[in-house]
Design a protein around this ligand. Structure first.
Ligand code: GDP
Ligand code: IMO
Ligand code: MG
Length: 432
């Protein structure tokens, strides 16, 4: 039997999943994306060189690893080709070790246009999306009208369906948004010219993965995109993404069963960030916000937007732990907390208009609620790049022990910097 591990985000994305997956890939054989699309931005830093991946699984910098894009991922063919070419320029060839499910929904030009138009439209909820067309593509999938990447095989049928969809979207672009239509012929030609690149690597990835899991001795990482509170069902709806970023996404997005997952690692930043709109009870402003923004380099890996910042929210983290059945945590960016005189951790919420009632459940509606903080002493030294747990200052160890106590699960990995080598491993599942 193979060994399998899921690595997913426990907050609002950008927890440092990419860095940790790249680090863990040293001992892996396969990396599988199962949801989201090129709204993800996973940053890897190896020997001071930075690579941001959006659709390509994060382990592929290791040349022996096979990358799988499961059926739950929405694929923009143009974005994927762009990424493949960027990697090729860096002498990382991925095409011969990339497999894509033929059932992946496509993200096409009209999805991106719709996403942008909606975000710019007055008098409605503005999500603050990445404007990559992710929501509209998932909508087409759920409405059972979407085109899938495998449809490119029968190009006559593809052409017929594409025409219908372009007409459908153009009706809204012209009549509702008062904007230009998408040019069907241009889009069709573009897809015709690039289709052969994909046809060679399409597979029934469900069959492929189940076979590897049951018949071989491989080490497989399932790579989450976004984070728990951006989940379409369990997140801060409607300020969420359009996929299941929580554990269920692994099963629907690949076609493997829950019994086949052996270890679930939740990545948690030592503080919280969020890009886009939506409730954020521990949000901080002013000088401290600038401190985190500058020290943590908190601007979006995909859109470059400044991330919102807040203190670590244990109440939210506990929800993340039970929804995802986490085995353990990976705590990232503790080095960003270095030199802070005090560090806050949110341990509950207080209802401010009803007898100050204490709430220990995560609340999406934060109106009339305030976070309750436990304040701990910071450490006045640098932890940047430390790779041995014993070398951490006592105050940092106490911060780690406190999170373990408050969440009741172990912190197996600690990240002390953006580079692959800035990592402390207390327990290694693949090496066990
Ligand atoms: P992802 O979407 O979860 O993969 O995270 P992103 O790559 O979007 O954002 C995480 C950012 O933090 C990236 O710029 C990483 O290089 C950086 N990073 C990851 N881990 C650490 C860490 O432990 N310390 C510091 N200082 N930076 C880190
Ligand atoms: P990674 O994988 C952080 C956010 C957007 C917006 C909401 C919906 O790098 O952690 P969408 O374009 O998905 O319809 O936008 O979700 N969002 C992310 N925030 N990290 C991400 O991915 C995100 N992907 C989407 O900012 O609030
Ligand atoms: Mg990111």
């Amino acid at each position: 039997m193979s060994k399998t591990m899921v690595v997913l985000g426990t907050q609002w994305g950008d927890e440092g999943k990419g860095k940790i997956i790249d680090f863990l890939s040293k001992n892996a054989t396969h990396i599988v994306r199962y949801q989201g699309g090129n709204n993800a931005g996973h940053t890897l830093i190896v020997k001071k060189k930075k690579i941001v991946l959006h659709l390509i699984p994060s382990g592929l910098l290791y040349k022996n690893i096979i990358g799988i894009i499961g059926n739950g991922v929405v694929v923009s063919p143009t974005a994927l080709i762009k990424e493949i070419n960027i990697l090729k320029k860096k002498k990382i060839k991925v095409l011969d070790r990339l497999v894509i499910s033929k059932y992946c929904p496509l993200v096409l030009k009209y999805h991106v246009k719709m996403d942008k138009l909606r975000e710019n439209f007055k008098n409605k909820i503005i999500i603050g999306t990445t404007r990559r067309g992710i929501g509209p593509s998932y909508e087409d999938k759920i409405a059972r009208r979407g085109l899938r990447i495998g449809d490119l095989k029968n190009f006559d049928f593809f052409k017929y369906r594409l025409k219908e969809l372009v007409n459908y979207y153009n009706y809204y672009f012209i009549n509702y948004y008062n904007d230009k239509p998408v040019n069907f012929k241009k889009l069709l030609n573009k897809l015709y010219n690039i289709k052969d690149i994909f046809l060679k690597i399409l597979k029934n990835t469900t069959k492929f993965l189940n076979k590897i899991i049951s018949k071989k001795k491989k080490k497989i990482i399932f790579e989450g995109a976004q984070g728990t509170f951006l989940d379409i069902d369990h997140g801060t709806y409607p300020y969420v993404t359009s996929s299941n970023t929580t554990i269920g996404g692994v099963f629907t997005g690949t076609g493997i069963g829950p019994k086949n997952i052996n270890y679930i690692l939740g990545v948690v930043k030592s503080y919280v960030t969020r890009v886009g709109n939506g409730p954020f009870i521990t949000e901080i402003f002013g000088d401290l916000n600038d401190f985190f923004y500058l020290k943590g380099k908190e601007s979006g890996s995909t859109t470059g937007r400044r991330r919102r910042i807040g203190w670590l929210d244990i109440v939210a983290l506990r929800k993340s732990i039970f929804i995802n059945s986490l085995s353990s945590l990976c705590l990232t960016k503790i080095d960003v907390l270095d030199y802070l005189p005090e560090i806050k951790i949110c341990i509950g919420y207080k209802k401010i208009n009803k007898n100050n009632k204490f709430l220990d459940n995560f609340e999406n509606n934060i109106l009339n609620k305030k976070p309750i903080y436990k304040i701990i002493k910071g450490w006045n030294v640098s932890t940047y790049g430390i790779s041995n747990f014993d070398d951490l200052p006592n105050e940092t160890k106490n911060f780690i022990f406190l999170i373990e106590k408050l969440t009741n699960i172990p912190i197996d990995i600690i990240s002390t910097g953006p580079d692959r080598c800035h990592t402390i491993v207390r327990y290694s599942f693949f090496k066990k």
